[in-house]
Ligand binder design. Structure first.
Ligand SMILES: [Zn+2]
Length: 372
């Protein structure tokens, strides 16, 4: 049974179009990345609303601000936009990702799906056993043959129960799910695609890709590596999931050194949400000051442009003085009368004064394809 998300025209959303889109499997090839970066330059000049701020000359692809609707696009309609320090508060970007990264997005969404808490097909669980998902977010990255997952630290952290049982519950649900029996909309589609992957029916063109196959193997063996499970912070701060992944990502980059003169190898980060403003900046800064020398570049689904008080920098940023300076300088740009953003010695960002309300959707774009 085919159930499609309502399809909307990408043209209404200002997502950059390319006349002849590269096939999706080429998105993360180095040539595609470097080519797209040069192509993106002229487009970056358009439609910046407020020209009074610094760093305005390189506007990234953006879609409309204050939009909460989820959108459905052909992947070929979305550009690759590496994390960028010039993204401003409230500015949204989307970035195109490959089929493997989008499958990881889906698995993260399923791990957070409220239906997993109390699935209709299961008898009601006791409160004690309730799937203690407090995190609003999970991020994931595939490094070699491992899938690393992290939620936020702090109040909304992932609990041990989540780590222990999350994947099992997803797999049990997938086994039980009849086509069309799941939640409406995106979750149903997510279930169906994961189910197809596990049944080896998920395909990219004709064949299941090696990378997707590896995800299948990892899921079946439950070989997920979780980070900052039940990690509290002493200061109300929160290290966001994608920031916590810099530990394993940097390890991976250091252990697999690349020729500096070669094009950068992308490390695509997947997750339930796009980057917040600070995570986007931190990725961009770490790309420049840390990963570039190692021959790598972090890529993400883009940003929803919202800054969060109590955001806490990862160790990898705190330990690199140039990176830290770059972040603090960028943070200062947010300050104006009545608003003061500061970062303390532990890397926690605090807001004094008035916070701008931004209603952007946090989700990555949705692929209109039923199978990719
Ligand atoms: Zn964040």
């Amino acid at each position: 049974m085919q159930s499609k998300m309502p399809k909307r025209s990408a043209s209404t959303g200002n997502i950059n179009r390319r006349s002849q889109a590269a096939p999706i499997h080429r998105v993360h090839s180095e040539t595609a990345l470097s080519r797209q970066r040069t192509e993106a330059e002229p487009i970056q000049q358009q439609s910046r609303k407020n020209s009074s701020q610094r760093g305005q000359s390189n506007l990234l692809a953006k879609i409309s601000v204050n939009s909460q609707e989820s959108r459905t696009y052909r992947d070929s309609d979305v550009e690759v936009n590496p994390p960028a320090i010039i993204v401003r508060q409230g500015e949204e970007t989307h970035s195109r990702r490959d089929v493997v990264t989008r499958m990881l997005d889906r698995i993260m969404r399923l791990l957070l799906n409220p239906a997993i808490k109390e699935p209709q097909t299961e008898k009601k669980v006791k409160p004690k056993d309730k799937f203690a998902i407090k995190t609003p977010h999970l991020a994931a990255v595939k490094l070699g043959k491992d899938i690393h997952i992290a939620g936020n630290s702090g109040d909304k952290r992932v609990r041990e129960l989540h780590q222990k049982e999350g994947l099992n519950r997803v797999l049990v649900l997938v086994e039980k799910l009849e086509h069309g029996a799941g939640d409406a909309g995106r979750y149903e589609k997510d279930f169906r695609k994961l189910e197809m992957l596990l049944q080896a029916r998920y395909h990219q063109g004709e064949d299941i890709s090696d990378e997707l196959n590896q995800i299948k193997v990892v899921l079946e063996g439950h070989l997920l590596k979780w980070h900052q499970v039940d990690k509290k912070e002493s200061d109300k701060g929160s290290v966001h999931g994608e920031m916590a992944l810099h530990g394993p990502m940097l390890n991976h980059a250091k252990n697999n050194p690349r020729d500096k003169s070669a094009p950068k190898a992308p490390i695509p980060v997947a997750g339930v949400k796009r980057d917040c403003l600070f995570c986007q900046w931190a990725h961009a800064i770490l790309n420049e000051h840390v990963y570039a020398d190692l021959g790598y570049e972090i890529s993400t689904a883009g940003t929803h442009g919202v800054p969060f008080p109590n955001w806490k920098a990862p160790q990898e940023l705190m330990e690199n003085n140039n990176a830290l300076i770059a972040f603090k300088e960028r943070l200062q740009d947010l300050n104006h009368d009545g608003t003061l953003w500061t970062m303390d010695e532990a890397g926690k960002v605090t807001l004094d004064g008035h916070a701008e309300k931004i209603n952007n959707s946090h989700d990555p774009y949705e692929s209109e394809s039923d199978v990719e």
